[in-house]
Design a protein around this ligand. Sequence first.
Ligand SMILES: [Zn+2]
Length: 312
Amino acid sequence: MIPRAHREVPEAFCAPGPAALGACRRRASRGLAAVIDAHHHVWDLRVRDQDWITGPSLAPLRRNFSAADYRAAAPGVIASVVVQTVTVPEETPELLAQGFAGVVGWTDLTAPDVADQIARLRGLPGGGALAGIRHQVQSEPDPGWLTRPDVLRGLAAVADASLVYDLVITAGQLAAAAAAAAAVPQLRFVLDHLGKPPIVVGQVSPWAADLRRLAALPNTSAKLSGLVTEADWRHWQVADLRPYADTALDAFGPDRLMFGSDWPVCTLAAGYDDVLAAARDLTAALSPAEREAIFSGTAQRIYGLRTGPVPP
Ligand SMILES: [Zn+2]
């Protein structure tokens, strides 16, 4: 179900608490659409290292970002999907236990027992929030990793479990993603960050054509997320992002496009409010129903977020 107006969203959807619900109602009273954030992260460096946070440019991310930090940064968000960051089995149970409405976790797709591993995750505290699986395909040296027979077998198991598969890939891997989406038509693929187009150099081709090939497959959707960190971190403007957002809107349409903040990674280039404001600006010409799809309805439907955050 896609809520047609925020006041029609069940109160449970406005969890995690009275403060958030109050914020929801204030937003509704101001006529602002409710927001489901389809993509953010949390991590605790005391629990485990985030080995991808390397070098001086990423140094601002080398601290803890908790669920409480997220809720403070994004007070108007009524539900969110937290996404894995490291490829170790221990992280996903921790994410499931934190009460977010949806979790995109990790499991080894090439493992012979991938179906059992997914079932195990579902049986853990908060396991009902498991909405999808993701793997750091962008870091795989094999450009055809997504279409390896063992990976395709794992993707089929994700589909059998009625989960979504999140694609975190570089623009050069869009063709492989389209091949995988064609090979596993029963699986819903969600493209993170529009496939990381080269916004910083203002280049649209061949990314746009590759994106359209992926979008031509009906089992694909995408997140309007991660764009500010593909742009010039210090000097980006909404106009820099617009050709990419417009291409995605045309290719996928609002019913297959969803807002994601990519917090706290976005903070390298912009605060949460600025990311949300940019997304609103990029979609300002759409109808209210279309904007509502992008800012809540599509994520709710694709990820099956039927209720508010799941208690730990
Ligand atoms: Zn992310």
